[in-house]
Write a protein that binds this ligand. Sequence first.
Ligand SMILES: [Zn+2]
Length: 451
Amino acid sequence: MKTSVLFLGGGVVSPPQREEWGASCAFGRLNGINFVVDAGIKPKLSRKPEFSTPNFKLIQNERVDIIFITHAHADHVGALAVLAKQHPNAQIWMTWHTADLAETLLSSSLSYLKHKRPEELLESPPLFSAEDLTALKKRIQIAKPEEWEVFESAAGRIEFCFWPRGHLPGNSAVLLKAEGAALIFGSDTYSVELPTVEAAKPLPQDFLQLRPVLFTEGTNGATFHLDRKIEEARVTSFVREVNRRGGNVLLPAFSIGSAQNLVITLAQAGIPTLLGGKIAWTAMRSDAYLPFAERLKDHIHHLEGWDLQRFGKEERGRTVVASHGMLEHGSISHSLLRDWMADQNNAIVLTGYQAEGSLGRYLQTRARPDQRIYFPMNDDRITLKAEVQTIRLSSHDDLRHLVEGAISCRPREVVIGHADEINYRSLSRRLENCGLKVQRGENNREFEFNF
Ligand SMILES: [Zn+2]
């Protein structure tokens, strides 16, 4: 049987098109059924909405029968309301935690718009309306992890299953099969236990006997991680030391997943921590994180309610986890960085991914102590005195786990996406050395497979 998959976004990114990162989305055909896996946005929204989303134009005249969402990160679900509107008859499936966290993410991004000035809205117009979101919520169907479901229509029949992959509560690979053909959409994957999520589960052996095609991420395809527990202990002991000398610690983090993992790790070590950012705090009340929030309520507090200006200038010995994870202008982490960076008692701890061109990356790789850093938006220069530490706490598999994971799937071939050129090359070389056939997941390219 012939099957095909077209990348509408989330393909491998070469340096000249750095802004293309994100917006995961694949359209496929299997046994008469047309499906889509994920509908994300790019982290940096563009002036033109169509540049922020996957290339939905390529399928605007196609029938889409079913949409699968792997997890609730913006680069996988941020454009779902747009896709859902374009294909009003498609079924939409995801796990319970994904639906819960996606609702927080999508509705918070709408309420955030209320605080924007008309000229700002003109610059980056919203992708969808409150009505679109209400319509979307009514269509979501919940899949139980590890259970097979059937989708059948006059056009054909497929079976699908959501399989836990670590990384974020609810995150799942999507397994598809029909008439001996089998596909794995691997999602973002983490094979190590996180404070709030179990490690990725090995895929079911009977399914792997079909020799599936594997679509894998390659985010950290050129990296080997250190032991996570040791790195977490490094973070907590460093934070404690800075607090003890009266210094403030700022830990920039992304709103869903990394912010909660950090705040819970610090609170479990007995460090009182403030969490900044509306989405991050709302997510803390979701089913996935609420038990932690309640158990650790004496140590986790919301930064909201404080006068941020006064807090930044007057407070000492505080620990704050706040979005944006790369210190983007306009965010809480950006504002606290400006308030705290000129004091040598303070520290900034970078634990997450810092994209090329971001302020976080600049601090991490180029800024030197006592350097004056220019903030163009405020036309301001501030001398960097605070300590900048990088302690990586990624929740994506490293090269070793990506290779082990791919080999264990016994795939007939592997398509790598969700990676930049360096990581793609490193991972593909290693997989080819292990005897696997590898393809480069490129945007707007259709792959055909024969089973
Ligand atoms: Zn993710």
